[in-house]
Design a protein around this ligand. Sequence first.
Ligand SMILES: [Zn+2]
Length: 155
Amino acid sequence: METEVNGSDNFGIETNPKPTFYAIDPSWYEDRGISFSHLLKSRHLPKCPNQQMGDNEKKKAKSKSPKEDSASGLKALQKCCSKQPGFIAAHMSSMESIFRVLIKVGIKPLSTVQIHEGVESARAAAGSSNRLTISVLEHLLQHQDTYGIRKSEVN
Ligand SMILES: [Zn+2]
């Protein structure tokens, strides 16, 4: 930003300086002993073979760390069902929809504006009349504590 800011005449009104970014943080789940990969598996569509794949009774290949498991689970879902039209369905809660919008991009952070667009367009496509405002979305993101979504620093 090389433009000089003349602070004398703006009456303290700031145009939203920087959008807030959020991203899924797999370590949030690891820290709590929650299997992120298992949670992701359940997000595949009912008919998807990936939902059944890998029974949870049998221990997966021991060489895989939870971190690798999370990463591959996220990538699998991202490449698979997150592209399907039913992935964000009309009946889902706003928080679940936000979570799924983030899954679509993996661990990449999205701004609240981008998340908002993602939820709105998915809901429109699903024929839902529910609408989410940016302020509600920001409120949800600031107060959620079950989805492992973290504020992310983006330059
Ligand atoms: Zn799938």
